[in-house]
Design a protein around this ligand. Structure first.
Ligand SMILES: Cc1ncc(COP(=O)(O)O)c(C=O)c1O
Length: 357
């Protein structure tokens, strides 16, 4: 048996919309992008969507929108993909890393306030693996200091916090539609969502060369646009997102019932609806288990073996993040996608149990 870590869904409807865009001869700044922005932001419970070329572009655009620059600090967890933090550094600011809660893998609100200084320009929370961060506590601290909060929701499409979707919980949120994500555009793509009209207008201009008119550039922007073809795929994928999220949650429940007491299974807080972008367990001798699963045809992933503060390009070796440093040795992500069958989950659990003996 060969079981992949993730699978992208393609059907005849997706093939048709791509062909329709090809035939239309309209490849950028058309109806597909506009409708995808409207439909996706509305799904999240936010007023505006700004489609961009990747999740990384989305984070860069939020930094540009907030005018993050030299002398600024941006608070961010280190246990995440590098693109949660690198755009802040790219803009000349200093990422300030805050440790995570050991159960949810998201920014620990207890440790947030101590990291805030007069230079803090923004706080980035990451709903890692699809579990939302504890937003009420984070937002109340941010409000006290009047610091904008950005949700990195690149792994949490359709996840919920106290009944509200990620993407609507802070000042802005970013999403990635990379092929492995809970929904994709069949390539690179991303979106910023916000209910702040002024910021939305500004970011919309910034992702299109700061234009007010075809030949007039009022702000220093870039080309970070999302094209029509990926937007058209995103619109179809979005229609399946609810049903796919339920399928992921069902697979997670099955994993939990089979692996409880064998390895450490993911937690889900009572206020959270986990979207299970990946199903991340923890165990001693993780590399050995990964090799055993690999030899038995089961693909697994490490999200992420080297925390951001230890990346050579981020130059932040001196910070102290004990929870982050401890979990990176033990985490292992098992296959997770809506098409995963009961039989496949049982096969994976059996291989883990035989390794554990
Ligand atoms: C948490 C997180 N932030 C940011 C990104 C960046 O998204 P992209 O790969 O679309 O640039 C990703 C995706 O890999 C991610 O998982």
């Amino acid at each position: 048996m060969q079981i992949n870590l993730s699978e992208m869904y393609v059907d005849s409807e997706i093939k048709k919309v791509v062909t329709d865009v090809l035939d239309s001869r309209r490849y950028i700044k058309g109806n597909q992008l506009r409708l995808f922005e409207e439909e996706f932001s509305s799904f999240c419970g936010a007023d505006y969507g700004i489609g961009v070329s990747s999740g990384t572009s989305a984070m860069l655009l939020t930094m540009m929108g907030l005018e993050v620059g030299q002398d600024d600090e941006v608070i961010v967890p280190s246990h995440t993909f590098i693109a949660s933090a690198s755009p802040a550094k790219f803009m000349g600011a200093t990422p300030v890393y805050v440790d995570i809660d050991p159960l949810t893998y998201t920014l620990d609100p207890e440790k947030l306030e101590a990291a805030i200084t007069s230079r803090t320009k923004a706080i980035i929370v990451v709903h890692l693996y699809g579990h939302p961060a504890d937003m009420d506590r984070i937002m109340s601290i941010a409000k006290k200091y009047e610091i904008p909060v950005i949700e990195d929701a690149c792994q949490s499409h359709a996840a919920e916090y106290k009944g509200r979707k990620t993407g609507s919980l802070a000042d802005m949120a970013i999403f990635s539609f990379f092929p492995s994500k809970n929904m994709t555009v069949a390539g690179d793509g991303g979106m910023v969502v916000t209910s702040d009209e002024e910021l939305a207008k500004k970011m919309s201009m910034l992702r299109d060369h700061g234009r007010t008119d075809k030949y007039l550039h009022e702000m220093l922007g870039l080309n970070l646009r999302l094209s029509e073809m990926p937007a058209s795929v995103g619109r179809i994928q979005l229609k399946h997102l609810h049903e796919w999220t339920e399928a992921r949650r069902k697979a997670a429940a099955r994993y939990r019932s089979l692996l409880n007491g064998v390895v450490e299974t993911p937690s889900e807080k009572e206020w959270a609806k986990h979207a299970y972008y990946v199903y991340t367990i923890q165990t001693e001798n993780r590399d050995d288990l990964q090799q055993h699963l690999n030899e038995n045809g089961v693909s697994t992933g490490l999200y992420y073996p080297v925390p951001v503060h230890r990346q050579p390009c981020m130059q932040a070796e001196d910070c102290v993040l004990p929870v982050t440093d401890a979990c990176v040795e033990k985490i292992l992500s098992l296959p997770m996608h809506p098409q995963l069958t009961e039989e496949q989950i049982e096969y994976i659990a059996d291989r883990i149990k035989e390794w554990k003996k």
